[in-house]
Every structure is written in C-alpha cells, then in structure tokens.
Design a protein around this ligand. Structure first.
Ligand code: TEU
Ligand code: CA
Length: 555
C-alpha cells in the first residue's frame, strides 16, 4: 500500500455559514474562518474541507452555484479568500474546496443562456426533454428535495432535469464543452494554490441516454438506475484526472451516493487514476417508511457489519473516508451515541475512538469535536433547510403522514441539526455573531462550547486532539490491517489492527449499560493508548462502563 499525506491526514469540515461571523450580519464568513485558524491548528487537523463559498442565490446554501470563480457576497471577497488560504498555509493547514458540478444554479450564466432558446450555444449544457404531453413531464422521476425532477420552462416549452431543487439544473456531462469549462475552472483554482476538491454527488454526473420511468418509491419514480454510477462516470473522472488532478499535489474525495466497496475500488482504487477516496453512505442510510425520514437508531450489529465490510474489502486496494456526520446529517452524538447530559461526554468520546482507530481518512465536522448535539426544534417553522421544509410539506401537508409520526423523524434526521452555529463560548449567541444568527444557536451552548472545552483537559475537545495526535505517532492507526471481533455482540464494537509486529485492540461500548469483555490473552498487560474513563485494563475480565471506549497497543 502506497503511503501518502492524505492517508495520514485528519480533515475538518467547515460549513461557512455557521462557523464564525466576523461582521455581525448573523452569517458566518471567510474572515470569521481566518480568525479561528489558530483554534484548528491547536486541535491538530491537517486539512479543511470548505463547503461551498462561491457566488450563489442560496436556494441550497451554496450548493447552487451561479459563478464558480467568485465568492458569495455574504462570505466576503476574493481578497478575503486569498488571505484565508495564505493564513491557513502559514499554519501548515491545507484547504480543500467543494466542487459542485453535477448541477449549477439556474442563475448561472450558462443556464440563463441555455434556457433562452433552442439554438443558443449553451442549450446543450443542460438536459432538456420534451414532456410526454403538455402537462406531463418526460418521466416520473422525483427530485431529492421533493416534487418532480423535471421543471417545465415556458420560453422553449420544454423540461429541464434537476435531481435536486428546481434551482439546481443538472449539467450535461456528455457535452465536451461542459467538461472543458469545468476542467478549466478547476485548473484556475489549483493554480491559485488550493489543495484539493471534495466532489459533490460526483457519482451522479453521467446519465443514460434513455430516460424511462423509474420504480415508484414514495411519491415519484426512482432515477437511481439511470443516473447513479451512469455509463460514463469513470471515463469522465479519468479524463478529469488526466487533464487536471494529476498535475497537482492535491487530494480528492468523491461524494458518491450509492457506492459499494466494489465500485469504490474503481472510484478510489490505488491505481485507477480517478479519485483518492470516497464518501460511502451505507452506515447513514435510513430507508424507512417515510423515505429517508426515520427516528430509529441503526442496530449496532448492522452498523458493525457495514463498517467492517468497508474496512476489510478496501484493504490494500482503495482508500475510504471515515465520518459519522457532516452538514447533511444529524449530529453524531445524538444519532449514534447518547446526548442525554449524563452520557453525552462519554458517548461523544466513544464514537470518536471507534472511528479514529479505523483505516481511512477521518473527517471531523465542525462542532463534533465539542460533542455538539441535535437542536430541540419546536415547530416546522424553525427549519431553514430546503430538504426539511419540502419534506414536511410533501408528507404532512399532503396527509400522507401524521404530524405526530413524522415530527420525531425530522427531529432525529433533519440536516438543520448540523447547521446551527458553532458554539464558541458562553456569551450571547455562543460567540458566533454579535447580530442575529441566520439559524438559532442551540440553547445548550452555555454548557457545550469551545472556550470551556479548550480550558478543560478532560473535555471532548481534548480527547479529539489526543486521537489526532495518536494517528500521527502510530502508523498502525493509518496502515494497520483491520480485523473485527465479537461480531454478534449487540453492545460492543471491538476490533484489532495489525502492522508488522504491532497490534492494536479497540473496544467500544455502544450502550448505556455496563458490558463485560474478556480481553484476548495476548493483550493482557498491553499499553493503554487512550480511554474515555478510568478502568483497569491489566486484567482479563473487564467490565466496561456505559459508553466506555479504550484502545491498547501491544508492541
Ligand atoms: O448531498 C447529496 C446527497 O446525496 C445527500 O446527502 C443529500 O444532501 C440529502 O441529504 C438527500 O436526502 C450533496 C450536498 O452535500 C448537499 O448539501 C446538497 O444539498 C446536495 O448534494 C446537492 O448539491
Ligand atoms: Ca458575516
């Protein structure tokens, strides 16, 4: 297995709108990020993944881009960007940009040209089809954010495809001019000195020519078989690699909904010349009675099966990312752990141990290092996220689901849980802004905040700092071979890692009860690398406390 810097790195995701506001308008911005770089340096991360900062009408908080080479006004200027990049580099921190090129905003110049007439040179930049008849879209596909995936456009009396909101028309990657424009834009950013790309829904860029109705799934037909891992996706990524990526020392991670370990070996294989690593979503998939909306925790056995399969199947062949949450997912401690006050601290550290001792590049989503929790939303009017707002309308206002049944699912799953402001201190608005935050601050900021946690050596923050440092000191954490133990346990997540003559033993209690474990003979008397409570690990029989986690290293 090749050793590379991006396999050894720990990445921190910033959702700029909610990270730090520098000018009191209630919206996080680039100067705000620059002002907090020392905090990130202290935490010890190597790379920042910056969610989109480009010009955007913000239908989907920046994932709808109207100019790829301009900065969103609310976030600052290109000078602010350059300053931030430079300040990060001075601290040895790299910056990876979000590349959103499955679609643009409908306010992007390309789309405004495209919709203006059938003969416009940009017409074929997007995916246009005739309706089945005047009132019926070309097929039954539904968009990810509700409604049909097709929008009728009066000017030319045709429909355009949008797998996300109708303000996010899909680009036509089969058009070589589109690819050239995208590659040129990427080159422009690379020449500016950025350090890589996180590629938004990159597994969706190639669509089949035929676009038949899909199997009904909820309200609409499923576009999956025709748009996910489409016919030319690997060819286009190889072309991108050849024309852009291979020319720079950068890292790439593909957001690849629907990816399996088999496909990951192609997208992110050691020698396939596509991407460095992927995000897979099996452990956060929640297909239930209301589509993705559920209020049920994934059973531990299932979670372990998924995580272990990815660890084992990619070993030596492809590289994976490790994450519990991001800006599209609820808060990790609320979802996989336990956010009740008496358990939150241990559960957050336990989840961190479990993930950071695995193979792959770990991602820390802003606030995760503080053990930030889901938000106590009171009513549907509290939501800002287009997906949450539309879903409530589609399920409840239509009468397909009862409010009482759907509401707990929104509380558990809504993306807005991750989007409340980072809690910096216990002053007004958690120190995020001096104005009115665009989305409310979680009221638990008086307890959970960066100021308190950086001052407390036993905090979740310092635990993350330690895990990040351990990864730098112990190649076994990066390169060791993974082996699952106690696969059938419904309480414990246990595994080992092996590299050369060293062996690592990791055990995590995922429950609020004590759990007993017989330590394998060979680990009795090993060094304790880290643990989230005090316990005696020199004995064979160990009783783990609720949410206890520990790692032992045998040299
Ligand atoms: O997300 C794509 C994706 O597959 C989902 O996680 C999605 O956001 C959603 O939760 C579907 O139920 C990416 C971005 O990360 C997301 O923020 C954007 O909204 C989306 O693409 C469109 O650009
Ligand atoms: Ca601001």
């Amino acid at each position: 297995m090749k050793r590379t810097w991006w396999k050894e790195a720990v990445i921190y995701q910033i959702y700029p709108r909610s990270f730090m506001d520098s000018n009191g308008d209630g919206i996080g911005d680039l100067k705000g990020i620059t002002s907090r770089l020392d905090y990130l340096k202290y935490l010890g991360i190597d790379v920042i993944w910056l969610s989109p900062v480009y010009q955007s009408p913000n239908d989907d908080n920046g994932y709808d881009i109207s100019d790829y080479q301009a900065i969103m006004e609310e976030f600052g200027t290109m000078e602010d960007f350059d300053e931030m990049l430079d300040a990060a580099h001075k601290r040895g921190i790299r910056i990876v940009m979000d590349l959103v090129v499955n679609h643009t905003s409908d306010e992007h110049r390309w789309f405004m040209e495209s919709r203006s007439g059938k003969d416009n040179p940009y017409r074929d930049y997007y995916i246009w089809r005739e309706g089945k008849d005047a009132e019926t879209p070309p097929n039954n596909w539904g968009s990810c954010f509700g409604g049909s995936a097709w929008q009728y456009d009066e000017t030319t009396a045709m429909y355009y495809l949008h797998l996300f909101s109708k303000k996010q028309p899909d680009l036509n990657w089969d058009n070589p001019d589109v690819r050239k424009k995208v590659f040129d834009m990427m080159t422009w950013w690379c020449d500016k000195g950025i350090d890589g790309f996180r590629m938004d829904v990159i597994s969706l860029i190639s669509k089949t020519k035929e676009m038949p109705d899909g199997k009904i799934n909820g309200f609409y037909g499923d576009y999956g078989p025709y748009c996910v891992h489409g016919p030319n996706v690997h060819r286009y990524l190889q072309e991108m690699n050849e024309k852009v990526l291979s020319k720079y020392d950068i890292m790439t991670v593909g957001e690849t909904p629907g990816v399996t370990p088999g496909l990951a070996k192609q997208y992110a294989g050691e020698d396939t010349h596509e991407l460095n690593m992927v995000f897979q979503f099996e452990h956060v998939d929640t297909a239930g009675k209301y589509g993705k909306w559920t209020d049920e925790k994934m059973p531990l056995k299932k979670l372990k099966d998924i995580m272990s399969r990815w660890q084992t199947e990619l070993y030596g062949e492809a590289w994976n990312s490790l994450f519990w949450d991001n800006h599209d997912q609820p808060r990790a401690v609320s979802r996989f752990g336990d956010d009740r006050p008496q358990y939150r601290d241990a559960a957050a550290k336990m989840l961190a141990t479990c993930l950071h001792m695995m193979q792959g590049t770990p991602y820390v989503y802003q606030g995760e290092e503080l053990g930030m929790t889901n938000y106590p939303f009171q009513s549907p009017a509290d939501f800002r996220d287009i997906e949450s707002i539309n879903a409530y309308r589609e399920w409840c206002e239509s009468g397909k689901a009862a409010h009482e049944d759907f509401w707990p699912c929104m509380l558990f799953i809504s993306r807005d849980n991750a989007r409340t402001p980072v809690q910096w201190d216990d002053s007004k608005n958690a120190g995020f802004t001096s104005g009115t935050p665009w989305i409310p601050v979680n009221p638990n900021y008086t307890e959970i905040n960066a100021k308190a946690e950086t001052a407390d050596p036993d905090s979740v923050f310092h635990y993350y700092k330690k895990l990040i440092a351990l990864r730098k000191q112990n190649p076994i954490i990066v390169y060791g071979k993974y082996e699952p133990l106690l696969k059938d346990s419904e309480e414990l997540f246990v595994y080992t890692r092996i590299l050369g003559g060293e062996k690592l033993f990791v055990a995590c209690n995922f429950t609020d009860k004590e759990a007993s474990l017989s330590l394998p003979e060979e680990f009795i008397g090993s060094d304790r690398l880290i643990s989230n409570v005090e316990n005696d690990y020199s004995r064979r029989e160990i009783i783990l406390k609720p949410y206890e986690a520990f790692a032992l290293l045998k040299k």
